[in-house]
Design a protein around this ligand. Sequence first.
Ligand code: G
Ligand code: G
Ligand code: G
Ligand code: MN
Ligand code: NA
Length: 262
Amino acid sequence: SRLTTGLRHAIAQQELTLNYQPVVDLNSGAITAVEALLRWNPTGGKPVRPDVFIPIAEETGLIIPIGLWVLEQACADARRWHEQYGISVTVNVSGRQLRDENFSDAVLTILRRHDLPEQALVLEITESMMLATTTAETQRLISVLQALRDHGVRIALDDFGTGYSSLAYLRTLPVDILKIDRSFTTALTEADRRQQTRAFTKAIVELSASLDLRTVVEGVETDDQAGMLQQMGCPLAQGYLFSPPAPAARIDDLLQSAPWRK
Ligand code: G
Ligand code: G
Ligand code: G
Ligand code: MN
Ligand code: NA
């Protein structure tokens, strides 16, 4: 298709950019991390949304070079943020990338090239990435993640709560950070489901803490939601209340002005 042809040239044409969304400590108001989110602006065309082009990149295998570009750019941008403010950068990874046998070496090489400590990088995976494989392949993917962790790279489980086997995966996957899906945040203040949602969310936050995982809640849009989550003991949040995904220059401004600092 035309999108596939366009995407094939997107890197060379410099049409890809990264936006970053802050992750904020609900108690101190400090920015602790930023999530890199890929954007594609084809030359002479309208921006294409990631939920449209990422699946195409996955089907065509273009996610391999594109994913490497994302890691390079994110590590390049994160270096000064990490040096000056100690924050980490979070990068979304597709199943196809994780299954590539060069993946972990490529990640470590890119970190060294940009002189970024392993501890400054978080890779976001989803439980659905682990599903469409045999037991042996799942075991191999787990050992790839474990090897990266042994080097200090941290792993976040994204979209938590949307799958059906969440608890089983929590026990078997080598993860450091749990990202609670924004559908929970939205339902916290919805009339019909809020009591059940609050009970579920609090239970997940407590389970996560007792497993020594860092918890990030996504899609926080209102003060009510942030306050409720803080009271439940959720340490970290991300969402439009703080900032939408924004260009790197905007992150520099936010780090300097620290607008949510208590
Ligand atoms: O710190 P200050 O009150 O100036 O916060 C600026 C903005 O960030 C406000 O919209 C505030 O509600 C929001 N904010 C930052 N951290 C928190 C938090 O931990 N809880 C709540 N409820 N709002 C927060
Ligand atoms: O930024 P936005 O909400 O539009 O992102 C939509 C989806 O695209 C999200 O599920 C996000 O995880 C995914 N996405 C964004 N950037 C990247 C990326 O660099 N790599 C991969 N694999 N997925 C990404
Ligand atoms: O699947 P993943 O969690 O990686 O996707 C993050 C997506 O969520 C991005 O596309 C980002 O633009 C979007 N997003 C981030 N904060 C908010 C928010 O507060 N509300 C909504 N509706 N979407 C958000
Ligand atoms: Mn994500
Ligand atoms: Na998510």
